[in-house]
Write a protein that binds this ligand. Sequence first.
Ligand code: AKG
Length: 247
Amino acid sequence: MKSIEALRQEGYVLVPRLVPQGALSQLNEIARAQLRARAEPLELEADLRYPGAPKSRDDAGGGTVRRLLDACARDPVFAAWAVSPPVREWMEVYFGERVLMSRAHHNCLMTKHPQYGSLTGWHRDIRYWSFQREDLVSVWFALGEENADNGALWLVPGSHRMRFEAERFDEAKFFRADLEANREILQRAVSPRLAPGDAIFFHCNTLHSAGKNLSDAVKFSLVFTYHGESNAPRAGTRSASKPEVEL
Ligand SMILES: O=C(O)CCC(=O)C(=O)O
């Protein structure tokens, strides 16, 4: 599959129109209803305090949602897309074995709000997990248009294959943009424009970031992460704390 070869080379690949129009409308309705209902578990911008976020839950905008967690348990339609045939087939070819979805991170509906939605610094998603091997792949479904003006992802092509000393990252495992050597790498970043229904598949070691949402509409994305069965979460870590989902 050409898109798998692209992921291996570049660390990400855009798959256009993965979600057909009818399913996309349904996902958008559910996403908006979920945001209105604000059912827990939620992650608020104020909890993370990334640049641009309210300082606390009591500040103006303190209730702004960043992630509606545990997407699979929220709605059967979300759950069905997490294990949908196009995703399963793609992952099975990529990993070459039975595939599992981790519920320990991502598995969420991400919202980025025009006001109080924060920007996310440069990082590798492997910071969220602890597995035997650093080989996980996430799928990011764009439920609407995503571009550099409304907070779309920026990614550094090929960065999943680069090796860095620990000092190139800060204590929270963000890639330090104050280092000249890092800045040279970040200059290569691209921000692929996503149409509604497009998906980005990206490796857990691909350096990426995202800007603020400068538009006047909330941006919605569904994000799930997968690994091969031979790559188990390390016992006793957060990655092993929840039963995984079989595809
Ligand atoms: O939408 C964003 O701000 C970036 C999200 C992201 O990279 C992450 O959650 O790991």
